[in-house]
Design a protein around this ligand. Structure first.
Ligand code: NAP
Ligand code: GLV
Length: 321
């Protein structure tokens, strides 16, 4: 099948996306293959057989007419799905233990933070106030996980192991030991009515945009020691209606929100989320893509593909994830 060039295209100024690091990792993992960082004025686009990309801008991959596979360097492919000129070749997403473990850490951290009343306790510390409130058991809360794929299913299991009641919601029916699973539009209300903490690990697609909205918040369960329900979004910013979240926090429909992702990233300086007392904010780092792990994953897929094997974790473009 030939030893075509692997082109790397990374559009991010964040520290963990340093293009030179990705280049060094792919050079090490793909011996004998030419690896180039885009943009590269000397490159003949016809030489490129593989592209490893993060957030390519619409049109940036269109010139590579001999492309065989596109590897997205993260789990979410929404940036690629928005590109009408994306070459019609298999698109592979990340689904690896390293990224899953990182997301599980984030979800467990934030669910525990709200369950263990950390916002109140930090405020008490600052006020030098020794006033512990009643602390309930994990089994007093139901965590609802939206999205039971690679990341959602792992988080659901970890929370279950800690003693939380866990319910989940996905597009198609699922069976996971110890987790009550709901699916489809018909299953959404029953799922929400049980959830005290709602964790969103959905992909961003036309069907899921703004799924975290006021109607959904109003249906969450308020009959737990937590009182007002809490949301945790580590999927994508456009899954949430941001004015609805702010209103719901201010009128008590929601008790708190942990948000890792936002409609506009980096979050603008004047966003009210930065200083909202009920918001725990992280800068889209719930689950970093690790260059060591992911370069190995992509290199192994290329080797398998070139010896006639099947690619893994290929995106279904009709579903959008
Ligand atoms: P995945 O394995 O593809 O799982 C997606 C889940 O969402 C599946 O269970 C799917 O249902 C469900 N789903 C999709 N559309 C739905 C709909 N319309 N209604 C109900 N359920 C729907 O994806 P993943 O690897 O778990 O990743 C999930 C997302 O996490 C990514 O797309 C990305 O946006 C985000 N992410 C964020 C970070 C971060 O640092 N913040 C890091 C990595 C990933 P089925 O099972 O029925 O298909
Ligand atoms: C990160 O946001 C990812 O999609 O992997």
């Amino acid at each position: 099948m030939g030893n075509g060039t692997l082109a790397i295209l990374v559009n991010s100024a964040m520290q963990n996306w340093l293009p030179s690091r990705w280049k060094a990792r792919f050079d090490a993992e793909c011996p004998g293959r030419r690896v180039v960082l885009l943009p590269d004025g000397a490159l003949d686009p016809a030489d490129v057989h593989y592209a490893a990309v993060w957030k390519p801008r619409p049109g940036e991959l269109a010139a590579f007419r001999n492309l065989r596979v596109i590897f997205n360097l993260g789990a979410g492919v929404d940036a690629l799905m928005a590109d009408r000129s994306l070459p019609d070749v298999p698109l592979v997403r990340v689904s690896v233990g390293d990224l899953t473990d990182r997301m599980t850490e984030y979800v467990v951290l934030h669910v525990l933070m709200h369950h263990r009343q950390e916002l109140y306790l930090r405020e008490s510390q600052r006020a030098k106030r020794w006033e512990p409130k009643y602390q309930w058991a994990a089994s007093a809360l139901t965590v609802g996980i939206m999205g039971l794929g690679t990341l959602g299913a792992a988080s659901a299991r970890a929370l279950r192991a800690l003693g939380f009641r866990v319910v989940g919601w996905s597009r198609s029916a699922k069976q996971i030991d110890g987790i009550a699973c709901f699916h489809g539009a018909d299953g959404l209300d029953a799922f929400l009515r049980q959830s005290n903490i709602l964790v969103c690990l959905l992909p961003l697609t036309p069907d899921t945009q703004h799924v975290l909205n006021r109607d959904v918040f109003a249906k969450l369960n308020r009959d737990s020691p937590l009182g007002a329900p809490v949301i945790v979004n580590a999927g994508r910013g456009a899954l949430q209606n941001e004015p609805d979240i702010l209103r719901a926090l201010d009128d008590g429909t929601l008790g708190a929100a942990s948000l890792d992702v936002f409609e506009t990233e980096p979050l603008p300086q004047d966003s009210p989320f930065w200083s909202h007392p009920k918001v725990v904010l992280t800068p889209h780092n719930a689950a970093d893509t690790d260059a060591d792990e992911i370069s190995k994953y992509v290199a192994a897929q290329i080797t398998r593909f070139e010896s006639g094997g099947a690619l893994e974790n290929v995106v279904d473009r009709t579903r959008g994830y």
